[in-house]
Design a protein around this ligand. Sequence first.
Ligand code: GAL
Length: 364
Amino acid sequence: MKEPMNVIDRFQPGELWPDTDGAHINAHGGGVLFHDGSYYWFGEHKVAGEIGNTAQVGVRCYSSTDLYNWTNRGVALAVSDDPASPIARGCVIERPKVIYNPLTRLFVMWFHLEGRDRNYRDAMAGVTVSERVTGPYRFVSAGRVNAGVWPMNAPPEDRRPLDADESAGLTKLELLGGPSPAYPTNLIYRRDFAGGQMSRDMTLFVDDDGVAYHLHASEENGVLHISQLSEDYQRPAGRYIRVFPGGFHEAPAIFKHGGKYWLITSGCTGWFPNAARLAVASSIWGPWESLGNPCVGPRAEITFDGQGTFVLPVQGHPDAFIFMADRWRPENAIDGRYIWLPIQFRAGRPVIEWMNGWDLRQLD
Ligand code: GAL
């Protein structure tokens, strides 16, 4: 039997990160679930070249007990060979996140899903479930979210679908998924009321009371939605808010510390890095307050050439959290790197400082 390599004892942000077989970890846009004494890292399996920006394989899973040494546990969610499937090979599966539902005893994976050759127009959430943490996950649904539901923080006078003039005005605008002066801050959720709200970059969060939330870039990326999930975590519960209308936040990652909800997002510049953004709230339903860029050190203004994907609570250390980010390589997607950095609390506020290398003893 091959001896597993169990040799890593330091995080080296941005470097190649070999798994226990010696291959660079392939779990981009990922998230980590802690379950039964192990950490499970789920992420986009990317192949070489530009085609690697589409899903050719699916979602890969790794496990670890020490956070440094990760064992490849195979493909948790495989793309389908049936071209009619919503998760047919060549679609886009991004930012998969897995949570465990104690009522159904199912692991539930949500991800951002785009149909093949749709150029990100679908903006759907995909949902899959499995009895086993490592999969195989089976398809539950794919679509937009919260159809027929008004946001909890929409003023009563705005709770109406677009009229003909508003609709005509909106179709004339070119909405490119990034900030633009013409962005109509209060029209798109009304446009999408009947068909469901758009869902692109996303994460999941389970609160202390077991209630889970889906946080996702919506309304052509201009508004972040925070949406409560049903008890089985497989669909929206029909309660959601709009956060930072017109703010163009992507790459949401959230954690709870000191009784507060801390949200780290990015701006909206595609694969190109930009400054991370920190926000805080005492209730997940807001109000959310912007606190600016939490990163410090070289290239802090572009998140160290990365984009956040998850905040990982370290087990047994109530004050220890790791900021996980991706350094994308869109021209050769498989070569994307990971930036894991500790979140430090300075004057009660999360700060992410660049380090060439660090280990968990620094968290004590
Ligand atoms: C980024 C997003 C990635 C991916 C990419 C595609 O802004 O965070 O997950 O969707 O755009 O250009």
